[in-house]
Design a protein around this ligand. Structure first.
Ligand code: ATP
Length: 313
């Protein structure tokens, strides 16, 4: 993980070389050159929202250790004047249960979307097990399952059809997809609902079927944006068990959540993002620094109001 896990891990500017830019341990492969990696930056017809400096271009040199489940370097995104994410450097070890926490609007969804090929970065790169997410999208997508937040799904399919579709799209053979779909519907308590259209699902059911669709191709890494939001406690506990088993077998789970207690109980590692920058990252113990995660979180991100509340209420 980060060399300074318990310390606020600031990125002064996305174009500045970062101390953690030093390669992760292990062997290194040479990344494709920018000519071979046309998707590493903005599409040719898009004006870059942030002009890449020479320093930023120099960052795209070496691919990281493929034993790391997810690596990001300098991931940056601007929406107009708003810098949603500013130079995110993250190393997620394989086999970790990695929580990404931060206040509303911190940049978590932006970060996870860019790291998984859903949102094109203005600057920076991401690798899933050493595969460049934007230069080798098919290979990267084979290795990752994504539960995105707020992305519409094909809700005119039944639950079973949606999971089947996701499996076939990932190239899994039809018999295997059928068996896995049945398993997934059962463990998500959606066996009966599997014949209903997803458009008629509750928010929690939609979350669960989307999670099933993210898992059906048995990826090496699961990136789950708010997977427990709107999910009932029994289903959430079942899902946590499934995810823990998956990690126990060598898979990697990356979850964003606002629920500190959940992250504290569930995760081996945690990253705190606020205002588009990484404030701390490392093992849970390193980031907590002997304190309750919620207290540490408030210290790192600030935002508690000392002034009087709503006296008129
Ligand atoms: N498509 C977009 N257009 C404009 N601004 C955006 C867009 N997506 C995100 N933003 C802005 O970027 C910032 C980061 O948003 P993001 O959704 O990544 O935060 P988050 O940490 O996931 O928040 P939450 O916990 O509330 O889901 C916010 O200020 C948000 O308003």
């Amino acid at each position: 993980m980060s060399e300074h896990p318990a310390e606020p891990h600031r990125t002064e500017h996305p174009t500045e070389p970062h101390p953690t830019e030093a390669h992760p341990t292990g062997s290194h492969r040479t990344a494709p050159s920018s000519a071979e990696a046309p998707h590493a930056g903005p599409a040719p017809d898009e004006a870059p929202a942030v002009a890449p400096s020479a320093a930023a271009r120099r960052r795209a040199v070496d691919a990281p250790d493929p034993d790391l489940a997810l690596v990001t370097r300098g991931l940056t995104k601007r929406f107009g004047d708003k810098t949603a994410l500013d130079g995110l450097d993250l190393d997620v070890p394989a086999g970790s249960f990695y929580g990404v926490v931060g206040p509303n609007g911190a940049g978590k969804t932006t970060a996870l979307s860019m790291a998984t090929g859903l949102l094109r970065p203005d600057l920076g790169q991401a690798w899933i097990h050493g595969v460049d997410v934007w230069a080798q999208p098919l290979e990267a997508k084979r290795r990752v399952g994504v539960l995105a937040d707020g992305v519409r799904t094909f809700d005119r399919l039944t639950g079973a059809q949606l999971v089947t579709y996701a499996g076939l799209l990932h190239g899994v053979d039809a018999d295997t997809v059928a068996a896995r779909t049945e398993d997934l519907l059962r463990v998500m308590d959606l066996a009966d609902a599997g014949r209903k259209l997803v458009v008629d699902y509750s928010a929690g059911m939609t979350k669960k079927i989307s999670l099933a669709a993210a898992m059906v191709h048995a990826p090496d890494v699961l990136v789950l944006d708010e997977p427990f939001e709107a999910v009932d406690p029994v289903s959430a506990a079942n899902i946590r068990d499934i995810l823990h088993d998956y990690v126990g077998r060598g898979g990697t789970v990356i979850v964003s959540s606002h629920v500190m207690d959940l992250v504290q109980r569930m995760c081996s590692h945690v990253a705190v993002i606020a205002g588009g920058t990484l404030r701390a990252a490392g093992t849970l113990e390193e980031v907590r620094a002997g304190r309750d995660l919620e207290d540490r979180f408030v210290d790192l991100v600030g935002g508690r109001h000392e002034q009087e509340g709503l006296a008129w209420l």
